[in-house]
Design a protein around this ligand. Sequence first.
Ligand code: NDP
Length: 327
Amino acid sequence: MRHRRLGHAGLQLSELSLGSWLTFGKQITDDTAEALMKLAYDHGVNFFDNAEIYARGESERVMGRILRKMEWPRDTWTVSSKVFFGAGGKLPTQVGLHRKHVVEACHDALRRLQVEYLDLFFCHRPDPATPIGETVWTMHQLIMQGKVLYWGTSEWSAAEIKEAHAFAQAHHLIGPTMEQPQYNLFHRAKVEEEFAALYDTVGLGTTIWSPLASGILSGKHTLEGDASSRLRMAGLEWLKERELNQARLKKVEELKGIAQELGLSLPVFAIAWCLKNPRVSTVMLGASKVAQLEENLKAVDAQDLLTPEVMARVEQAVAGEKLSTWS
Ligand code: NDP
């Protein structure tokens, strides 16, 4: 495993990390979750991503039990939570980025994950109903209290991140260290263009999500979606609707050809492509099966095979997708 600094912060995360969205506490058994975390840790993964909303708190409970059972030294791994959507309740006091919910979400995550502090704590989306300064103050205070080490954002705009930094600087507070955006061969605009001015100024780090565009870049899907996959899960029709289409599947076939020439599977190739971007601090993997994670972890070594010539061919293959964004 190799490591990268989280932007300008001193913390170094493993290039590949493991997330739990849709899988822990939902799609997979707790035994599979444990096997995934063990495999990841044994391969040098030092960051596990979570959020209050994942399986309405259950994902954090599952992860917390595994962390407790494994007894890995606390100084060998990092764990995150995210606040905004709530853990199920939808009352105004139970969601958002106001002081009350951010503090309560932090306490709840600490309890569910069975840890004394969160290494990373993200604002899962911007909250137009709360002044950014209130959130910055709250995060700063949680850091001062030792409950959070680094705070960040997820799917915020560059303007919102800049505003948070300007407020933090004006009041001598700690601003957001990292952003968690989607980044993959089909979603590039935020990381490559919108945030470009933030990397060298505020030193933004990035923990990127859905490197396989929810599995589409594994190459296993038809237009209906692979039967045992998240794209066929009840309640996720919107995801299939939004991400899966004929034009993308055609590009996937082209990319598969390039990967095969290098002797790589498409998922390994697509994850390695994300790692080629030095602005990416860590690529967060998702997996519903141990075999998937075993395969995807090969991306660390595979990145060296993606020469400038290969990268240029990829540009041609995904032409037209460059400006796509999530929100
Ligand atoms: P991916 O885009 O890599 O999708 C992972 C899914 O793709 C797996 O669960 C599996 O789903 C399928 N898959 C993975 N590897 C393979 C393989 N080798 N062969 C075939 N299928 C494969 O990542 P995620 O969307 O899971 O995102 C990663 C993490 O990022 C999340 O767990 C979460 O922690 C974070 N995240 C953050 C968000 C945010 O708003 N901040 C939003 C979304 C995710 P299946 O078997 O069901 O097909």
